[in-house]
Each structure stands twice: as C-alpha cells, then as structure tokens.
Design a protein around this ligand. Structure first.
Ligand code: BGC
Length: 747
C-alpha cells in the first residue's frame, strides 16, 4: 500500500495535496476523483454513533444505540464489557458507512466540575488507559477506526479554546499522558484528535513536543492526527508540528496558506507530503475495511440488551443501611416512585456526543414491569422540569411517599447542567430536589435515592437521612431496566467509582487552581490528582475512588508475592484469594495499588497498577493473579528526561477500594541501571559528602578549624551549594580548588 500511496502523492498537484489537508464537509474528508481517492466519513462517539445533521452516512440504515456514557461504563471496571460496547459501535458504524468513530475520550477528571466529565472515564490514568484500550480494540476489530481524544490536557470546558494548561512535565507524563500512551502503544488507534487548549503556552494543535516528539518519536504512532473541530490556530505551524487533517472542512483559506508556504519555500513540500501520505493511508485503509462484508449485520435488540447489561454493571451501590436493598417484591405491598427523573431520565450529557434516541426504557416503566401486579406502584413527579418550586407537586409526592412501604426517589442533574462547552458551577443537586429528599426522608424511613448524573454531586447534607443510595449515572437508552434489576436484586451491584466523590468541592485538589485566570490554568496539584491527593492529605472523601458495595460480601486472604526481591527486568506475580462470604452470587473488582516506601522524588502514597473483576457464587473462592513488570514501579524523572525504576522497598496493596485495602505485602526491587547523580557545583556540601572520594578530597581543601571538618560542620553549612564555599570561606577555598575537585570526582 505504501508504494501505491507514494505513486498517488507523486501525481497529486500542490492544490490537490493542500485540499486533502482539510475535510470536505463537517464530517467527511476530501475526495480526489481524478485519482480515485474517495472521501471517508467520521462520526461522534463516544457512547453511541451520532449522525450529524449534514453527515453523508447511509441514514436509511440507521441503528444507533445509546450506551451508558463513559463515567458510567468506567464504573463497571470491566474491560470485556467496554470491548463489547466498542464492537457494537463498530458494527453500527459499518452499517451506516462511518469509517472513523470520534472516540474514546480519555481525558483525566481533574475537577468534578468539568462539563464533559460524563464523557471521560476516570481520575486515574491506568484505569482510563485500560478502558480506552479495550474500547479502541473493540471498535477497530470491526474494521472501523477510532480517534483517541482530546490530546491533551483538555480537563475543563471553561475557556477551552484558549486556555493554557500549565502542567509540569512529571504530572504531564505520569497523569495526563499515561493513558494516551497505553492506548497508542497497545492498540494503535487509527487517529488521535488534538485538543482545543494550549499546553504550557502552545496550542496542542501545533505542539511539536506533543504531536511529534512524544506521540510519534517515543510512542511510534503511525496514524493520523486530526484537529478537534475548529482547533487549528496557525495551520502552518500545525502542519510542521505533526497535525495532518484539519476538521471540519473545507478550510479554503488554510489550504491556500499551505500552497503559498510551499511555493515560497516557507515550508518544504516533504512536510506537506508527510501529512498527505497519512491522510491517504487512513482513507484507503478505511475504505478497504468497509468493503468487507459485515457478517451478521447489526442486531438492534442485542445492542439494546448489551446496553442494559453494561448499565447494570455500571450502577454503584453507595449506601445500603440494614440491607434495605434489594427490595423483596414478595414482602412489600406498596412502592412509591418519586421524582420526575424516574419517568424522564437524563440518559446522556449535552454536546457533540448526543445520540438520537429511538428507544428508551424508563426506570418507572421497568420497575412496574418487574413487580408486575405483585406490588402496588404509585408515582409522583415531585418536582417540575424547571427549578421552580411547585408546592402542590411536592405535597403530592409527600402524600404518596408517606403511605408506601418504600420510596424510590429519583434525583439528579437536569439536562443542560452537564455539557460540552461549559463547566458546572457547583456539585449541588437542584434546590427543589434537595428539599424533596429532605421532606420525604422525614416521613419515610425506607427511602432509596437513585442518582441520575454524569459526575459527582454532593450528598453530604442529606446522606445521613436516607438508608440507601444508588449512583445511577447517565445510563443510556436501556438504563431503566438495569436500575429495576438492581433495585429488586435480579442483578447484584458490582460497580465501583472510577473517581472520588469529595465531601465538598473545596476538598478537591484542583480547587484553588480552577478554572484559572488570564488565559492560564495552573495544574498546581501536580501529581496529586484524585485519590492521590486525598490519600496524601489524609482527607476523608464522601466516597473514595474504587468504592462500591454489593449485596454480598467478599473476604480477601493469602496475599502472596512470588519473589521478595527482584530486579526491574523480572516480573512479579501477585496472587490473592477472594471468597464470596454472603448468600448471593456477585462480582468483585480486586484492585492492586503500589506504594514506594522511600522514593528520591515525591510520589503519591499509592497508585493503581492493576485490577481484575471476578464473579463468585456464594461460598466460592478464587485465586486472582496479577503480573507486575518493572515499569509498573517507575516514575518520570524530569531531570533525566526519562522513566526510572529506583532501587527500594515497595508496597503491594490489594483491596476492594482505594480506602479499603484488605492485604498488604512488601518486596525489594533492584534497579538494573545506575542512577547515581553526577555531582556539580550546585549540589550541596551534604550531597558531596555522600561520595566517598569527594569526602576525602574535601577534607584536604577545607580550612583548618575546630571540630571534624567538613563532616562536622553545621547543618546550615552542609546545605550550601558547593560553589558558595568560595565566598563564604572568604577566599580560603578557591574556584580552582572546586573545579579540581569536580574534575577528580567526575573522572
Ligand atoms: C468535540 C469533539 C468532537 C468534535 C466533532 C468537538 O466540539 O470537542 O469531541 O469529536 O466536536 O463533533
């Protein structure tokens, strides 16, 4: 294919080449009919296939399933399910003639307020990377490309087209790029989409470090980089930095700039050819795949059922006092469903990811179906669509709720609060809903609250008044049935939070640096994003990362490491036995965190490095095995500009959540590389004294005096950089002596 592509490039005129560098419409690329270069279609993503207004897809073939959004599906911690969703979306794309799905979004959740958090997976790069990889694998297995987005540091919507994310290299590498690296290296997405924002002062759409040095040179990415829609700032700088395709198109003014720049010699034609080749490679790969028959077609009902299955694994049981849940339809005579969202749920957030809905299962209808005629189900909306207080509605809900055996109260964020393009203002539920929760809990002790939102809401003010709470996310078209299944125990909840729910917004690590000012947002918390911060500061979250209850219980035992000492070229096998000690079958996500006991550079107390979800029947035990490699213990050292594994003692922490560690063991890791620092005149006397050779030489040049010098000098003195000894010894130690010392030690 490379040969054919080179031949086409040779035949293209300069104008044709430039025209290929931007789309031919909102959602498709430019064709060159003369040379049989077709146009291909792209479509959003991520939780369904969106058919944009002027899209050229085969609309007559429309089967589009609205799956749970990313924050929900991440709570399933189930790579297989995410892969299945990817596959289903890939098939729907094939059926519609979509060649590249603009997904997944794997940006890190730096703040609970980011308007697009519902479209992202997690605050943790390992979890985001693993799920992003499963998604890409699923979609691409069907011969459809993906667009891994938004590269990088698009962690807020406020000012997203201008703001500069000011991020130090270490958190950039360890937190914000790590998930992208995992997906790019492991799954080879066909395309990567740059973000709108700047990173450390440069637009990501023209960032040579991001788009070439890191993405291509370090991670060997061979695909195409597409701009987010309208993210191009300076087209020529973008082209040089590695941005191939500008979207949407056509972008005639920028195409012209490219032509002029090549003509005037401002840009080498080879730079343009590089982008054109990547565009052609994508186009031909996509069209070749599309020609293959899609065996079995698209089964809309099977996709609906998959959406329900995913939804039921995504729901997180946050509280279940006295085992109020699951409800037993044989022991209840009446149930009140309260809250408009039971009938009109929020299924997805706003913006480019919105999928047109053709079928919706509402919680209210599904609850009624589940209980059949066995229980009397009453319904009261409780609050109007608007934020207006409606006394009559609230009163009716109270009456309904008071008389029933149990109330299931639906509360959440109304449509319009969570969306692309802007951030949330706070973490609160609407005031009218808060009042309703308060009043209902006063008259009904058996109240179950079901939340309907894409990112954390504060529950602190009322959680103490309700015995049971389910996080019901934005569950897509089949979520209603999943909620009913969980409420009545047809499915045992197994979701775990992929992000921390803080007690209050102020606790969040980004709080004093969000959303930034004067065009900059400082990522001042550095590495300490999400649970890394709550752990380090010892702040109790409302619900920690990795948390989620079950209707059964699990016991952890026999944590075993196959080695107690190893080097960084070896693998460590960790096993732990997990037993279902309750009466119901259930699934547990076993989480493995690593801590480093005495690192040279600051590290978070622990970091997620692996997880496995296991299904266990009552009484059943399974041994869960994890393999850790040397790189799982590494961190990025900006002074060396590389990932390093330090010799030291490491903790292996296995648990049911980040705050519920059930077993701990330690082992010693030996680095096979020599990370001795080169000593310079900026190093302190203390650091110099740690070197045996230097210590001897220092003794010789140190002025005579009382005590054992220089070891015996004061702490104050020892903390001085070596070079300061010249002036502070008042000339007794000369610059020449220092130079000589450095030379002798370095040789
Ligand atoms: C969004 C992208 C999306 C694109 C195309 C942009 O506004 O940021 O995520 O893929 O539009 O719809």
């Amino acid at each position: 294919m490379n040969e054919e592509i080179s031949q086409i490039v040779d035949k293209l005129t300069l104008e044709e080449k430039a025209s290929l560098c931007s789309g031919d419409s909102w959602m498709s690329t430019e064709a060159i009919d003369r040379l049989d270069v077709p146009s291909i279609n792209v479509s959003d993503g991520p939780h369904g296939v969106r058919i944009a207004e002027k899209s050229k897809v085969k609309k007559e073939n429309k089967i589009t399933t609205c799956f749970p959004t990313a924050s929900a599906i991440a709570s399933s911690w189930n790579r297989n399910l995410v892969r299945e969703v990817g596959k289903a979306l890939g098939r729907e794309c094939r059926n519609l003639g979509v060649h590249v799905l603009l997904a997944p979004g794997i940006n890190i959740k730096r703040t609970p307020l980011c308007g697009r958090n519902f479209e992202y997976y997690s605050e943790d790069p390992y979890l985001s990377g693993e799920l992003g990889a499963a998604f890409v694998n699923g979609v691409q297995s069907q011969g459809v490309g993906t667009s891994l987005k938004h590269f990088a540091c698009n962690n807020q919507e406020t000012d997203r087209m201008l703001v500069s994310a000011e991020v130090e290299e270490r958190p950039l590498r360890e937190i914000y790029l790590a998930g992208f690296k995992r997906v790019v290296k492991g799954e080879r997405p066909w395309t990567v989409m740059c973000s709108y924002n700047k990173l450390n002062g440069t637009y990501t759409s023209e960032h040579p470090y991001l788009l070439t040095e890191v993405l291509r040179d370090e991670w060997d990415f061979e695909g195409l980089v597409v701009s987010d829609w309208g993210a191009v700032n300076d087209r020529l700088k973008g082209l040089e930095a590695g941005l191939d395709l500008e979207m949407p198109g056509p972008s005639e003014a920028n195409d012209r700039k490219i032509i002029e720049a090549v003509r005037s010699g401002r840009i080498e034609e080879s730079v343009l050819d590089r982008a054109v080749e990547r565009i052609l490679r994508l186009v031909f790969k996509a069209t070749n795949c599309a020609q293959e028959e899609l065996e079995g077609g698209v089964d809309a009902q099977a996709h609906h059922e998959l959406a329900k299955k995913v939804a039921s694994e995504s729901i997180v049981l946050l509280k279940n006092q006295n085992g109020l849940l699951p409800l037993d339809e044989n022991n209840l005579s009446s149930l009140a469903v309260v809250g408009r969202m039971a009938k009109e749920p929020s299924l997805e957030g706003g913006g480019s990811s919105e999928v047109e809905l053709s079928k919706v299962d509402t919680p209210l209808e599904e609850i009624k179906k589940t209980v059949d005629d066995k229980i009397q189900v009453s319904y009261a909306p409780g609050y109007p669509k608007s934020d207006r207080v409606d006394e009559e509605m609230a009163e009716e809900a109270l009456e309904t709720g008071k008389e029933a055996d149990v109330v299931v109260l639906f509360a959440g964020l109304p449509r319009g609060i969570e969306s692309e393009g802007y951030d949330r203002e706070n973490m609160k539920l609407p005031e009218i809903q808060l009042e309703l929760i308060q009043k209902i809990s006063e008259v009904q002790s058996n109240t179950v609250v079901v939340l309907n939102n894409g990112s954390p809401v504060s529950t602190n003010a009322w959680i103490g008044n309700v015995p049971a709470l389910l996080e019901g996310w934005l569950l897509g078209q089949a979520g209603g049935g999943a909620i009913a299944d969980i409420l009545f125990g047809k499915v045992n909840p197994s979701g775990k939070l992929a992000e921390t729910f803080p007690v209050s917004l102020e606790d969040n690590p980004s709080h004093i640096n969000f959303p930034g000012e004067n065009g900059k947002v400082l990522y001042g918390e550095g590495l300490f994003v999400g649970y890394r911060y709550y752990d380090e500061k010892n702040i109790e979250p409302q619900f920690p990362f990795g948390y989620g209850l079950s209707y059964t219980s699990f016991d952890y035992s026999e944590l075993n490491l196959d080695q107690k000492e190893m080097d960084d070229q070896e693998d460590l096998t960790v096993t732990v036995t997990v037993k279902n000690t309750g009466d119901l079958a259930g699934k547990e996500t076993v989480q493995l965190y690593v801590g480093h006991e005495d690192p040279k550079l600051t590290r978070p107390p622990k970091e997620l490095k692996s997880f496995k979800k296991v299904a266990l029947k009552p009484g059943e035990s399974k041994t869960v095995e994890f393999t850790l490699r040397g790189r799982d213990f590494s961190y990025y050292d900006p002074s060396r500009e590389e990932w390093v594994v330090e010799t030291g003692v490491y903790d292996i922490l296995v648990g049911s959540s980040s705050r519920d560690i059930r077993a701990k063991s330690t082992f010693r890791l030996k680095s096979t590389r020599d990370f001795e620092k080169t000593l310079t005149k900026d190093n302190s006397l203390k650091e110099w004294l740690e070197n045996e050779e230097a210590r001897k030489l220092l003794k010789q040049i140190f002025p005579e005096g009382e005590g054992d010098r220089p070891e015996g000098t004061s702490e104050w003195m020892k903390n001085l950089p070596l070079k300061k000894l010249t002036s502070l010894s008042q000339g007794k130690i000369t610059e020449e002596m220092i130079e000589e010392l450095i030379e002798s030690v370095q040789n």
